[in-house]
Write a protein that binds this ligand. Structure first.
Ligand code: FA5
Length: 344
C-alpha cells in the first residue's frame, strides 16, 4: 500500500503539471485530494494496516496530501491569472462598466431636522447646551413654577422611575434652569442657548403623539429683552427654516414658566394658506410654544427679575419634519422601517 501511495503521488504531480484550465484543475482536485479523492481514501485505510506500519504510513500520506494541496493552490492562482489576462485580451470583460454602488447609511429624518434647526440658531448666535434626559422632579416641574399637585402638571404625563423624585424629562424646559445655574454665574451673565434633546411622555401613542420625541428649547436672558425681541427672533427663525416669504402669527397660550405665553403658527407651506388637509383647512400650522420667562423661573435660575428678563421657546423637530414632508403618522419615525427611513 505504501508503494501504491507513492505511485498515486507521482501520477498526481505529473498530471497537475499538464493542467492549463480551471475545469481540468477542478477534476484533478476531486480525483486526488477531494473528499472521495484517491489520497483521502488511502488515508482513511490507515487503520487496516498492521499496527507497526500505521504511524509511518499515516505521516507520509498526510505529508503528501499537504504537498498536493499546496501545489494545487499555486497552480490555481497561476491559471486564474492566465485566464483573466486571456479574457481581458479577448474583450470578455468590460473594464469601463461602472462599479456596483455600495449602499450607505443616512441620517435619521429627525436628526436631519435637528441639525438644520441647530445650524439656524447657531447663525443667530445661540450656543448648544446639552441637558440631561433623566431629571429630578424639582427641576422638571417645581423650579419651572409648577409646584406639586398643581393642575398644570397634567399637561405633561410623566414616566417615573423606581427612585423617588427621579423622572424622565417630559420636556426640555428643565434645561433652562440648568443653563441659568451653569452659565449665569449667579445671575450676572446674559445667556443665549438652545437645548436639543429627547423627551418622554406617558401618553397615548397616536398619529401625532409619541411617547418619545425630540424637542429643541431656546433661552435668551439679558438686561432689556422684550416681547418684540421674542417675536422678531422667532419670525426670523421661521423664515430661515421655511423661506423668506413665510408668514408667522402668534396666538395667546398658557405655560406656567412663561408669562405672557404664546403659540407660534406659520402659514401652511403646502397650500400657501389656502387650506388643505395638513393644516386642517385653517391655512396655518403650529410650530412651537414660547413666551417671556416667568419672574419665578428667573429667580430659581439665580437671576433678579427686576433687573433681568428673557424669552424661551420649545419646538418639536418630528412635528416640523411631518409638516415639511407631509408625513401623516409620527409612528413611522421610531418604527425602524427602512422603506420609510431610506426616503430621506
Ligand atoms: C412644552 O413642552 C413646553 N416646554 C414648550 C415651551 C418651552 C413653551 C419654552 C414655552 C417656553 P408642548 O407640550 O406644547 O410644550 O410641547 C412643545 C412641542 O413638542 C409641541 O409643539 C410638539 O411639537 C412637541 N411635542 C409635544 N408632545 C409631543 C408628542 N407626544 N409627540 C411628538 N411631539 C410632541
Amino acid at each position: 500500500m505504501k508503494e501504491q501511495l507513492e505511485q498515486v503521488y507521482r501520477t498526481a504531480i505529473d498530471e497537475l503539471g499538464h493542467i492549463t484550465n480551471s475545469d481540468a484543475l477542478r477534476e484533478w482536485e476531486l480525483k486526488f485530494i477531494g473528499r472521495k479523492g484517491e489520497i483521502t481514501l488511502m488515508l482513511r485505510q490507515t487503520g487496516q494496516l498492521p499496527a507497526e506500519e500505521r504511524a509511518d504510513f499515516g505521516k507520509r500520506a498526510n505529508d503528501i496530501k499537504n504537498e498536493l494541496t499546496q501545489a494545487f493552490e499555486e497552480r490555481e492562482s497561476l491559471i486564474r491569472q492566465q485566464e483573466l489576462a486571456q479574457s481581458l485580451e479577448e474583450g470578455d470583460i468590460d473594464v469601463t462598466l461602472p462599479g456596483r454602488p455600495r449602499r450607505t447609511g443616512g441620517l435619521h429624518p429627525s436628526t436631519q431636522t435637528l441639525r438644520q434647526i441647530q445650524e439656524i440658531w447657531a447663525e443667530m448666535g445661540f450656543q448648544v447646551y446639552r441637558s440631561r434626559d433623566v431629571e429630578d422632579d424639582d427641576t422638571n416641574f417645581t423650579l419651572l413654577n409648577i409646584p406639586p399637585h398643581h393642575p398644570a402638571r397634567d399637561m405633561w404625563d410623566t414616566f417615573y422611575t423606581t427612585q423617588d423624585g427621579v423622572i424622565l424629562r417630559t420636556h426640555t424646559s428643565p434645561g433652562q434652569i440648568r443653563a441659568m445655574q451653569d452659565y449665569g454665574e449667579d445671575g450676572t451673565k446674559p445667556i443665549r442657548v438652545i437645548l436639543p434633546g429627547m423627551c418622554y411622555r406617558y401618553e397615548q401613542i397616536s398619529a401625532r403623539s409619541e411617547i418619545q420625541f425630540y424637542q429643541v428649547e431656546g433661552l435668551a436672558i439679558g438686561k432689556s429683552i422684550r416681547m418684540t425681541d421674542l417675536k422678531g427672533t422667532i419670525a426670523d427663525f421661521a423664515r430661515r427654516l421655511y423661506g423668506p416669504e413665510t408668514q408667522v402669527r402668534y396666538r395667546a397660550s398658557y405655560f406656567p414658566f412663561t408669562e405672557p405665553s404664546m403659540e407660534v403658527d406659520v402659514q401652511c407651506m403646502l397650500c400657501d394658506g389656502e387650506g388643505c388637509s395638513v393644516c386642517k383647512h385653517t391655512g396655518w400650522l403650529e410650530i412651537m410654544g414660547c413666551g417671556m420667562v416667568h419672574p419665578t423661573v428667573l429667580r430659581n435660575g439665580g437671576y433678579d427679575p427686576t433687573e433681568w428678563s428673557g424669552f424661551a421657546f420649545g419646538m418639536g423637530p418630528e412635528r416640523i419634519t411631518m409638516l415639511k414632508h407631509d408625513i401623516q403618522d409620527i409612528r413611522y419615525f421610531w418604527a425602524n422601517d427602512m422603506r420609510f427611513l431610506s426616503q430621506f
